[in-house]
Design a protein. Structure first.
Length: 90
């Protein structure tokens, strides 16, 4: 395994780290997150798919999450939906 992807550099996979990685993916697809000033071209269909995936995870795990996890996923889904709508504005 290369030094870049060694177990020491990767965070432990938890529910929170998983949904945060999906959040980052959605932001990249919305063209709002990239390397430095180099933002990717928006892909609204891909962004919608990731946001919908987070919403399904939220709905299917309701009642099985800690309060912190529930607040995190609720907030992420809400914020991403707002950003999705805002990216439609000229």
């Amino acid at each position: 395994m290369s030094e870049k992807f060694s177990e020491q550099t990767l965070q432990e996979m938890t529910f929170s780290t998983h949904i945060l990685s999906l959040n980052a993916m959605a932001l990249m697809h919305l063209g709002l997150l990239g390397e430095g000033d180099d933002l990717p071209r928006p892909d609204r269909d891909a962004a919608r798919h990731v946001i919908d995936t987070l919403a399904v995870l939220r709905d299917k795990t309701r009642g099985n999450l800690t309060d912190t996890e529930q607040k995190l996923i609720d907030g992420l889904v809400y914020d991403l939906r707002v950003k999705f709508v805002e990216t439609q504005r000229p």
